[in-house]
Design a protein around this ligand. Structure first.
Ligand code: ADP
Ligand code: MG
Length: 157
């Protein structure tokens, strides 16, 4: 199942993230692909806002993993695997599996660098394209029926 959504500003992307957040659940895994500056982290900010996470979500590029614990809601785990490109499988097993299949929402930028830790066919995959200055295309696709409601809900965004 797939849907394409276009946003015309940073704010619209944040609103899109906020919109899907209400349909997320413990163990949800979102993978994000797309060029640097496409809007992957901006979309994460919207999801975190919707999950009522107070901390400012920014790029974890230098951290690999940032955990946003949420006392009254879903925890949000933000992974940016960009710096794991040339790291061997043994050395990158820093407990990512436990986080990815854990109790919160896991949001993974650059999933191809940690694909061995991501369960197949249990993810909502999001591809972001830069169309013009402030215009972005988000393509949501999944084989897992747990996410179908999200895609249905996005029709008409
Ligand atoms: P990524 O994490 O994919 O590298 P970021 O979210 O960090 O990208 O950065 C996206 C940049 O593009 C920000 O500077 C943001 O202001 C800008 N931008 C412009 N238009 C949009 C849009 N429609 N959606 C998201 N970001 C946008
Ligand atoms: Mg980013």
């Amino acid at each position: 199942m797939q849907i394409k959504i276009i946003t015309n500003s940073e704010i619209e992307t944040i609103n899109l993230g906020e919109k899907i957040s209400s349909l997320l659940f413990p163990g949800a895994i979102l993978t994000l692909d797309g060029d640097l500056g496409a809007g992957k982290t901006t979309f994460a900010k919207g999801i975190a806002k919707g999950l009522k996470i107070k901390d400012d979500v920014n790029s974890p590029t230098f951290n690999i993993l940032k955990c946003y614990f949420n006392k009254n809601g879903l925890n949000f785990y933000h992974i940016d695997a960009y710096r794991l490109e040339d790291v061997s499988s043994d050395n990158k097993n820093i407990g990512l599996e436990e986080v990815i299949e854990g109790d919160g929402v896991c949001y993974i930028e650059w999933p191809k660098f940690i694909s061995e830790f991501i369960p197949e066919n249990k993810t909502l995959d999001i591809l972001v394209h830069i169309l013009e200055d402030n215009k972005r295309e988000f393509i949501f696709s999944t084989n897992d029926s747990k996410y179908f409601k999200i895609i249905e809900d996005l029709r008409g965004f």
